[in-house]
Write a protein that binds this ligand. Structure first.
Ligand code: HEM
Length: 191
């Protein structure tokens, strides 16, 4: 109530997606002017972004500014909430099934990751993709969490390429299908 006068009508009317999009341009400007380069996906995209004054055919092989902005937006929108929700469900599953938590802990403990007491740069593995690939139980755990608590259901859509009938339901060519992964897991038993 007391904070209300501090918020302008413009801020209230700005949709979250527009808020993000409107700031990406200035973030790109800041990155281009920064002395130190960062090691992330935006920096990689900027390295292959076309110079806006370049009209040669070489510019076609590069990303346009709009493509960089759109890709960053999609990565933020598609990657942020999904990962946060998956981690929240994973935490819930670990708290509920302590035997699973112990098994996962045992798998992590057998990796020779760096710790403060016994640090050896030559032999110590860092937590990267190769290390994650040596964790089959972790992989099973994450897959099971996503099976039990499906995320981004609405994102999975398919258009029927031909007329068909599935379990007595007529689906016409061109129909947009959106299935519920949660229902399939919990209710439907396919013959
Ligand atoms: C646990 C984390 C995540 C879940 C549960 C998830 C879920 C999904 C689902 C269900 C789809 C639709 C797939 C389909 O149509 O078959 C999708 C597509 C997509 N996701 Fe994710 N996602 C996750 C993380 C991420 C991250 C971290 C990024 C990027 C940084 C990302 C980027 C995308 C993109 C770009 C698409 C569209 C792909 C396409 O249409 O070709 N997602 N995601």
């Amino acid at each position: 109530m007391y904070l209300l006068p501090l918020i302008s009508t413009k801020q209230l009317l700005e949709m979250p997606s527009m808020w993000l999009l409107n700031r990406l341009d200035s973030i790109i400007e800041q990155r281009q002017q920064a002395v130190n380069s960062r090691n992330d996906i935006l920096q990689l995209m900027l390295q292959v972004m076309a110079d806006e004054t370049d009209n040669s055919s070489k510019a076609n092989d590069r990303l346009s500014r709009e493509e960089v902005v759109s890709n960053i937006f999609v990565f933020m929108a598609a990657g942020y909430e999904t990962t946060a929700t998956a981690l929240a469900y994973a935490t819930y599953a670990l708290a509920k099934y302590s035997e699973v938590q112990e098994k996962l802990q045992a798998e992590i403990d057998q990796l020779s990751l760096g710790d403060d007491e016994n640090f050896n740069e030559e032999t110590t593995k860092y937590l990267d993709y190769d290390v994650i690939m040596q964790m089959p139980y972790m992989n099973m755990f994450v897959c099971e969490v996503l099976r039990m608590f499906p995320i981004a259901n609405g994102a999975v859509q398919r258009v029927a390429s031909e007329d068909t009938v599935v379990r007595g339901i007529k689906i016409e060519r061109g129909n947009n299908l959106n299935h519920s992964k949660y229902t399939i897991k919990n209710v439907i038993v396919l013959n």
